[in-house]
Design a protein around this ligand. Sequence first.
Ligand code: PA5
Length: 445
Amino acid sequence: MALKLNEKFLKDFISENEMRAIEPQAMNACATVVGHSGPGADFLGWLDLPVAYDKDEFARVKAAAERIRKMCDVLVVIGIGGSYLGARAAIEFVTSPLYNTLAKDTPQIYFTGNSISASAMHDLLEICRGKDICVNVVSKSGTTTEPAVAFRIFRGLLEKKYGVDGARERIFATTDKARGTLKEFSDAMGYETFVVPDDIGGRYSVLTSVGLLPIACAGIDVDAMMRGAADARERFLSAPFAENDCLRYAAIRNILLRKGKVTEILAAYEPAAQMLSEWWKQLYGESEGKDNRGLFPASVVFSTDLHSLGQYIQQGLRNQFETVLDIRTSPVSVSVPDDPANMDGLNFLSGSDLHDINRTAMLGTLFAHTDGSVPNAVIEIDDRSAYTFGTLVYFFELACAVSGYMLGVNPFDQPGVEAYKKNMFALLGKPGYEEKRAALEARMG
Ligand code: PA5
């Protein structure tokens, strides 16, 4: 197995008795997930996805990715939240956060429609100037404002550059199979469309066409990714609690929360994992943060953030724990050169590999932070391969569902996301929001 939970640094914070006491709750929550008997059970399509995915759609994704790779210099992926975070996480994790600037035979991939920043849009349009472009617009609802605005801009750009017929060959829409503005519009325009399954919410959708098309465009082995998820599914749905790292992770989070550790910090020692952390924050934040409950998911990249947030973690308010991602191997080797003069006093590191030094920094930090009363769970993974990414995705998704049920919330809805949208529509003058607008204006004085 590419993933293992190391509980060594939790020993001073969670007793065996506590784990034994919470085991039935974790097992019940898992049975509720598997039995489709809890709230939100209509959104459990991700549970069997790694073994039951639509093979025709999967083949179409790979074929479209092949065409996109040949057709363009730049692929613009338009989407927000669950409609972009997983793809971006996978591309940066498996390749590099510098994917776009490294030499490669795959297109540059930019993500937009995930903010309403004029500067971000302007700069991307500048990057696209003179380049051959394809667009993958991703929106399950087909109505989300940020991607809809970005799509209007890029559709206009492509139609101007290639004509309506040329643009049709270069626009790919990933959306609901039958409903929504984007689906209707795409059918009317003749774009190739891919499906966000009805029973999979945005934040659980990375292993559907939502994530797979951009990921395949980056040349990543999506078959291996699905195999990693399938192996994780096999293991975590069958192993007994004592050997089930996924259920134990869900249990540990709940024990620590009940002890007042209300913030979970995902700590990776690898910049390539930064977007994975962003994906993880959405998964856990949107799934658990409701009904006045839930852990607050935060993230750091060490050792960088040891020089910013490290002080707080070591000595600040004791309401947090860390989940550390230990990536055991590096795809490359870079060693510290020897310097006979040793003016910087660093010769004790001569010949040492940076990856080994990095993991030593991790070990030192694990000791320091646990000495500072911060519990640390360690998720050990072999590497940053596509297979391991698939394993991690399934591990976190299942643990999130189980943990959400243990917490007593519906881990598959996100009613709170609507509040800002309604206010924004009212303030922007969208028809139908007149009453709300008047109420907000009265509050502004
Ligand atoms: O997890 C979710 O459901 C959300 O984050 C959505 O992914 C996000 O709001 C985008 O929605 P849509 O894909 O409908 O545009």
